[in-house]
Design a protein around this ligand. Structure first.
Ligand SMILES: [Zn+2]
Length: 291
């Protein structure tokens, strides 16, 4: 059991869900920088939720969760694409709370003027950005509220993360379209499933295989498991994208940078890959030559 996403259905019920387990991916991402404990746990929850939310999309492209704040905590971002590739990073200054062990509520409680964005970037077509109020205790609570208000799909989400592993489970009540479907509603179904889901302990989410979690929760239901999907670490940075970033800042800024750093070195924040541009290359982007 390593980095997996398991979809599930409940037979004859308008319910779908996913279980995500992260281990290797989490190790790889947390090894990129020296993160204190509370931020490690937050990144684990953000990665798990992007992997869960990515499964609800029917597009080719990627989904990201992005927290921005002022104060000691600057920002964090976690992304997952339709291939199940994940990446994440965060920027922060020192704060004693960041060394506490606990779930995302530890970091969320320190945020000043925070905003959480859900970005959906299809390979083709328009981008979508949703803004999520960060007024619940933890990340799962904020995301559930967002889904209930904005997407109007009843969604229940549980997340857990520790130094070594992260896990999460999402269930959604799907819209019932026909009159026949509406007639068959088991009114008790959704309250029963969400209540059962809330009984999961953090260590069950991080340590148990998906089928074991689903058996413990819903053994009274007829749960169907399609094939498991593999999740992996993947960064989409490239020299071309770094060159585009230089073009964005403009020729004057690039010349100024070259005076203090020649060649220009650009490190990817997600994977630490270094992209180097000689003066000739950097100025060449603007059709200019080294004088
Ligand atoms: Zn990278």
């Amino acid at each position: 059991m390593s980095d997996l996403r398991q979809r599930f259905y409940i037979e004859n019920c308008p319910v779908r869900g996913e279980v995500v387990h992260l281990e290797e991916v989490l190790h790889t991402i947390l090894a990129q920088r020296d993160y204190p404990q509370a931020i490690r746990n937050l990144l684990g929850e953000m990665l798990t939720s992007t992997a869960l939310l990515a499964s609800t999309l029917k597009i080719k492209g990627r989904i990201s969760l992005q927290i921005q704040a002022s104060g000691a905590f600057k920002w964090a971002v976690a992304e997952c694409n339709d291939q199940g590739q994940l990446r994440a990073c965060a920027d922060f200054e020192e704060h004693p709370k960041f060394h506490e062990n606990g779930n995302s509520s530890v970091v969320l409680s320190t945020l000043e003027q925070p905003v959480l964005f859900i970005n959906i970037e299809p390979e083709f077509g328009d981008r979508y950005q949703g803004i999520v109020p960060l007024d619940k205790d933890d990340l799962a609570g904020c995301l559930m509220q967002y889904y209930d208000l904005s997407a109007q799909i009843p969604t229940h989400l549980v997340l857990a993360s520790n130094d070594q592993k992260a896990g999460g489970l999402l269930i959604q009540l799907l819209p019932r379209n026909s009159e026949e479907e509406r007639q068959q509603i088991d009114e008790d179904l959704w309250p029963r499933l969400t209540m059962l889901t809330s009984t999961l302990k953090a260590e069950e989410l991080t340590d148990l295989p998906a089928n074991e979690i689903l058996y413990r929760l819903y053994n009274e239901e007829d749960v169907r498991l399609p094939e498991t999907e593999v999740l992996s670490f993947g960064c989409t940075c490239s020299k071309e994208k770094s060159a585009n970033a230089l073009i964005q800042i403009g020729a004057d800024a690039v010349r100024e940078t070259l005076e203090v750093q020649n060649p220009i070195e650009m490190d990817c924040q997600f994977c630490n890959t270094r992209y180097t541009f000689t003066a000739e290359e950097a100025l060449g982007l603007f059709g200019q030559h080294v004088s």
